[in-house]
Each structure stands twice: as structure tokens, then as C-alpha cells.
Ligand binder design. Sequence first.
Ligand code: 7TS
Length: 415
Amino acid sequence: MNSTAALTTPAFNVDALRQDFPILSRAVRGKPLVYLDNAATSQKPTQVIETISRYYSEYNSNIHRGVHSLSEEATSAYEAAREKCQSFINASSDKEIIFVKGTTEAINLVANTYGRANIKAGDEIIVSWMEHHSNIVPWQMLCEQNGAVLKVIPINDAGELIMDEYRKLLSSKTKLVAVGHISNALGSINPIKEIIDLAHQHDAVVVIDGAQATPHTSIDVQSLDCDFYAFSSHKLFGPTGVGVLYGKQALLEAMPPYQGGGDMIKMVTFEKTMYNELPHKFEAGTPNIAGVIGLGAAIDYVSEIGLDAIATYEHELLEYATEAALTIDGLRLIGTARNKASILSFVMDKVHPHDLGTILDHNGIAIRTGHHCAMPVMDRFEIPATARASFAFYNTKHEIDVLIEGIENAKKVFC
Ligand code: 7TS
């Protein structure tokens, strides 16, 4: 492959952007790091790292409770981050932005509050075959508790949802549909607008797992009309341990709280407790203040680059990688959806994914191997694991060349 061929995306200066990520200039096992595990977690730009450091070194304080200056500064930075999240996904109010630990906690919150209050024995919940475990297990647990039934949208050999089967699953029994926007194991971009509209025709509520989508595509929850949308900061170039649950205000107002404690109450007596208003009703206890402020900085950072520019550049990277991968004898792509983002999942004849991952690591190349917390996907394709390279906007064609060369070298060891 010709790594010197320039990507055609105008005004996308990947070399300059890479300078923002200190970790990208380190070596691993004596080789320049080639970081292709972005679906697991992405790297952090200096802008995010310094924002977090500034919070701790200049105005570390608990929020919402203090009258002193540091607490006011921390509170306003925390609430400013909420407004950034609101405009990032175009929510209609900052009351609809609930800070949680991440996508996993966001989905568990909905299952334990909305789910327990509204889903009863005999009701049906629909998920898809390509969900991450965090969008399967909370619903299974809810079904165990209340006798609801889990239904699954099957996928075709390309790793696309079979929409006709989805239509057949929908009925008056369907109370909730929970689907990923982009699959972490396959890269498939699901037609969530259509999924949402069809669910609404049956008065079902829709939860979208956006963990893999927010780093790669712009989101507009109002035009999608989804009821809930979950995402994690750490995949979006922000810190770990923080994420967002978006929920429509009317739904959130009607839901019982998730956890009890400080900040989520208006007034407590032993006879009766009055819960706080949104969004605080769902944010019990001292939150991840530094994390939230860091997420705000990450949102500023990606917004400045622009998600449309990111999507165009990454599409070109994925096409380049796919074409190169297909030249490797014995390599089979897992996930060949027509509409795909930033993920190259594959298996190789005679080379176990874990062995491949280990050999690539010796060349400074970080990929992920395993079931990617999507065991049903592995079952569907009758494989135990895949090797997965996942791209971010700071990856380059040259890095893909290094990956392809690494795979060819690994093949020589085993075949
Ligand atoms: N949903 C999807 C689609 C994901 O890819 C992940 C994490 C989660 C939910 C959970 O997010 P968390 O931030 O709460 O952990 N996916 C991966 C992955 O592909 N490799 O490591 C984590």
C-alpha cells in the first residue's frame, strides 16, 4: 500500500492533531506506539488533561453545597459541562443530561428506574443480537425480576440488523427497545431513526446505546426522537469514570430515583423525603467532578474539529484498511455492513486472535482480541473471538500499513 498518498479530506491535519495527544509519541517495546484500540478507550488530548489538572490544582472543591468561592467555581464548571453535553447531542434542556459513571451505569439506571416502574410480567423488551453485554444483561436482570420477556433482533451474515424481523417482533406487548447505535464488535451503524420510529408506532420507549457512536458521528437526540441515549466520556477523548444518560424530560420527571443520598433530595424527614428536581434527582452523592469537567473539555475539543470532518476522515481510513486487509490471504472480516464505522474485526486461518494480538504488541501495535463483551455476536459467527483494530481521527494510513505488515509477519510465524 502507498502510505504517502494523502487522504483527500480537506482541512484535516492529522499530524497537527496528533501533537495534542502526548501518549501518541511514546514507544512500546522499542517501537512507535500504533494505538488501534480506540473502541475500548480513546486517548486524551492535552486540553483535557490540563483541564482536569487545573481543577485539582486551582479550584478543587465539592459542588452545589458551598457558599465559598472555590465551591462556586467548581459548581459553575460542572454545570457548564452539562450545558456542553446538552448542545453536543442537541437535547432541549440541560435537565435532560444526567451524569453517570458511563454507558453501563446509564443503561442500568434506566432498567432499574423506568424499567421497574413501567415494565410488568408478560411485557416484552427488544434488544439486538449485536449488543454489548451492558445492553443485554441489565434487561435480562429486569426480566428475571418482573417476568418480562426478552426478544432479540437477529443479524445477517454482514452483521446488519434484519429489519423485517424487527418489525415482526414489535407488538402491543413491546414496552421497550434497547439498541446500540454502532456495534463495538462489528462496526455496523444501525438505522436507529427507523428503529425508533417503528418502536414509537407501538408506544414502546427506546434506549440507544451510543457508546461507540459519539466519537464518530454527530448526534441530535431531538431529531432522532429517542427517549434515552447513553454514552461514555472515555471513548470520547475524555476521562474514565463518567458518562451521560440523556432522557426526555417528561420521562425522567416521572421516573423514581436511582440511588438515595445527598444532592438528590430537597428535604428529608423520617416521615417523608422530597426528591430534588432534575437533573439532581438522579445524581446522588459527590459526583465525578473532575471527570465531568474533563468531559466538557473533551466535547469542546471534538466539537472544534467537527464530527462531520472526523466521520469523513475516518470513513476514508476504514476503506483504506478494509481494502488492505482483504489482500491478506486467510483473513476473514467479521462485520461487513454497508454502513460501517471505524472498526475492523477479523479472524485468520491458523492464527488465534490472542496470538496475533501478542505478536502485534511486540511491534508496538495495540489492538484488542476476544469477544469484545458481545458473546452473542461470536456465537452468531461461530467463532470464539476476533482481532479488532479500531480507529480514531488521530490514526493514519501509515499506521494501517504498519498493522498490515504486522499481520503478514505474524502469519509467517504460524503458517
Ligand atoms: N456499549 C458499547 C457498544 C460498548 O462498546 C461499550 C464498551 C459499552 C456499552 C460499555 O461502556 P462503558 O464505558 O460503560 O464500559 N466497549 C468496550 C469495548 O469494545 N472494548 O472495551 C470496552
